[in-house]
Ligand binder design. Structure first.
Ligand code: HEM
Length: 312
């Protein structure tokens, strides 16, 4: 059963990551264009318009991996810790401020207010990305976690946090560009290809930094690492094609390769934690299939009712 949870965890985490990449990098991109006095850039305008919706999707998609993670790592990963501990609990107000800022930037009537709102949103989402990175590392480091808890400390602050965060800040522009390119054409796609190339350079620097610190890939995941490398090479070729012929087949190649790369990345990322998985028989027995089924039917009916109400 824990294999099913693992697969669901990986799939939902990838979905979550693609959506929050759009939000974080999209906010940064719109802010950059605004600071350059390019508020009239149609690409930035389209991105700004979609940001609140994408954040809603990203947050919703984050709940699923959080719950699967709780099932996989019952002792180590407490959802309650995230919600109740002040350090990681700060993620929730940061997301609320970020959400409002995204609506405010849409309503802003002057570039100054738009910039302020976009800067606030980008800052909040960077904080959230940093928080998840720190939380991921501390959950794998039980002695430090116990010591932190005993001492009432708030920050893990290990030197591994920054290079890991830099890696995500490199992967995110690639995913953002891949998604945003589907709603763009011509020169806009070419600009997004440049964003993706910059993301690859940042990710490359982060990988070199992590390797210099002695991080290596778990032997269990070597095959997935090779898949990841091959997919990234094909994806780069795809972006090259987008640069030459923006409306040609390049974007389809990029999308296929990026999907394979994210699959490989998710498994390589997870491999050091696999040995820590605790599938408890008690949790399986108490699975509550009927409660789940009734709740699922109720949820589908409620969503259908909401959709119908909005349509009418
Ligand atoms: C804009 C908002 C968000 C951003 C930028 C963001 C970013 C990230 C990043 C960078 C990671 C990777 C951490 C690592 O492996 O080092 C991550 C993981 C994760 N995120 Fe998000 N996230 C956001 C919101 C959320 C929300 C609201 C939830 C849950 C409701 C969530 C659930 C998760 C989960 C479960 C993981 C895996 C954690 C782990 O493996 O330890 N995220 N997120």
């Amino acid at each position: 059963m824990s294999r099913v949870w693992l697969v669901l965890y990986l799939a939902t985490w990838v979905l979550h990551f693609v959506l929050v990449s759009y939000v974080l990098v999209g906010s940064g991109y719109a802010l950059g264009q605004s600071l350059r006095g390019r508020d009239d850039d149609p690409l930035a305008a389209r991105i700004r318009d979609l940001l609140p919706f994408m954040l809603g999707c990203g947050i919703t998609a984050g709940v699923a991996p959080l719950l699967f993670l709780q099932l996989l790592h019952q002792e180590r990963f407490y959802t309650a810790n995230l919600l109740l501990g002040p350090r990681w609990g700060a993620v929730v107000p940061a997301l609320i401020v970020g959400f409002y800022a995204l609506y405010l930037q849409k309503a802003a009537t002057t570039p100054r207010w738009r910039r302020l709102a976009l800067a606030a949103a980008t800052g909040c989402f960077l904080f959230v990305a940093w928080s998840w990175t720190e939380l991921h590392l501390v959950m794998r480091d039980t002695p430090s976690w116990v010591a932190m808890y005993a001492a009432g400390e708030r920050f893990y602050g290990q030197s591994g946090v920054l290079p890991r965060l830099l890696l995500w800040l490199g992967v995110m522009p690639v995913l953002f560009a891949g998604l945003a390119a589907w709603w763009s054409r011509g020169a806009e796609r070419q600009r997004l290809a440049v964003v993706a190339f910059v993301g690859h350079v940042i990710a490359g620097v982060a990988v070199a930094w992590l390797s210099a610190r002695g991080s290596s890939v778990d032997p269990v995941a070597r095959g997935w690492l090779y898949l990841l490398i091959a997919a990234v090479v094909i994806e780069l070729v795809g972006w090259g094609l987008v640069l030459r012929r923006p409306d040609g087949p390049g974007l389809t190649i990029v999308t296929g390769a990026a999907t394979a790369a994210m699959l490989g990345l998710a498994i390589v990322r997870e491999s050091p934690r696999l040995a820590l998985v605790t599938a408890r028989p008690a949790a399986l027995e108490a699975s509550g299939v009927w409660v789940f089924a009734i709740t699922a039917v109720f949820a589908v009916a409620a969503i259908a009712w909401v959709v119908k109400t909005i349509r009418d």
